[in-house]
Design a protein around this ligand. Sequence first.
Ligand SMILES: Cc1cc2nc3c(=O)[nH]c(=O)nc-3n(C[C@H](O)[C@H](O)[C@H](O)COP(=O)(O)OP(=O)(O)OC[C@H]3O[C@@H](n4cnc5c(N)ncnc54)[C@H](O)[C@@H]3O)c2cc1C
Length: 411
Amino acid sequence: MRGVVVIGAGHAGVEVAGSLRDGGYRGPVTLVGAEPHPPYQRPPLSKEVLADGGDPGALSLRADAYFADRRIALRTGPAVDIDRTGRHVHIAGGEPVGYDHLVLATGAAPRRIELAGRSLRGVAELRTLDDALALRTSLASARRVVVLGGGFIGMEVASAARKRGVEVTVIELGDRLLKRAVSPPVSAAVAAHHRAEQVRLWFGEQVVELVGSRGHVAGVRTAAGRVLPADLVVLGVGATAEDRLARRAGLATDGGVLVDQWLATSDPLITAIGDCAVVCDPATGGRRRLESIQNATDQGRYAAGRILGERRPYGAVPWFWSNQGALRLQLVGVAGESDQLVVRGDERRFSVFCLRSGRLAAVESVNDPGTHMAARRLMERMSPTEAELVAAGYDVRTLARRAMARETAVA
Ligand SMILES: Cc1cc2nc3c(=O)[nH]c(=O)nc-3n(C[C@H](O)[C@H](O)[C@H](O)COP(=O)(O)OP(=O)(O)OC[C@H]3O[C@@H](n4cnc5c(N)ncnc54)[C@H](O)[C@@H]3O)c2cc1C
């Protein structure tokens, strides 16, 4: 028995390896990670690690003994090649390892943009613990930071920098923050929060050059000809799926590793999960790649179950959170092309109900964790119609309680 090899020791990889053992898998389990650190949590990298410092050891995803106790062999990679015919994974500087089943959990990498001055000192990006520690050091001596991109990571970095008293400007090409992820009312609340924290926001501006002085970044120049001084520039322009290994192995990819409803790639002996996977829905033809802890861990748990013989297609209601200083943002569902927005609450604490074709598709909560948790409980069970929401006065706690009571009665 060759067992299961998991490539990528991040949130998804650790989850599938641990769940295999916890589910009773007896064969060898090998977890191959490219990074030099034991598996760690990624969300704090743009939050506590930058804002408060703290001990990187506290970020460990699992206790030291976890892997040994479960007989999970940790190999430090990177994996460089997959021999699908011989069912082997080649690991840089080490012996190849054979598999019966292979799981790709290779995550994502910061989006590369062509930009003059990109390689100047003082230009940072943020994906790994090493990136975060380097950025924290830079922030300690920086006076003026420019963040390119008003997405989640860019805005979390902006908050952390302000907490350290650094001057911050965020330059966003679009006309609002978090445009791909949230509705306009939430974007407006996020912008108001950052403005109150003295973050300057520039919209509709494209940075065309990073200006240097003696090899260090000194400012940014926009297409409109504006020059903004900076001694630190953070590139927060999104991430792309890390699918190089899959492409090299001849697996089907398109903006990530293509998987079906069972999270199987074009090779049935290879599963892909987490940030690197694009799930194709045969019913709608739709494709979805998510970058979230919920998605990585749910897919990891699901993949372990399927390898152990469970027979049901993957399905989970997505949810996500982002903390930006005192602002708590929580999302459940997929707003996509919602055609109706209903806002409940006041400007300090509210939720936006996003409806599509008369049904609840997503709930976006700003400093409203109670509504978020109830909406999650509800949407995991049903997607109410507009009429049902109106009848309940958009009180998702009541609707969730009823849905749970119905479930118990049926069981
Ligand atoms: C700074 C930051 C903050 C975030 N904050 C939040 C948040 O608040 N909430 C939330 O829900 N999500 C957040 N996310 C997103 C979340 O962290 C990711 O969705 C999640 O980590 C995805 O898990 P994964 O296992 O798919 O990928 P990753 O956690 O990226 O792990 C993939 C691992 O695979 C390794 N790897 C890649 N190629 C190879 C190879 N060839 N061989 C061996 N190993 C390889 C990589 O080095 C990496 O360690 C954040 C992400 C970042 C970067």
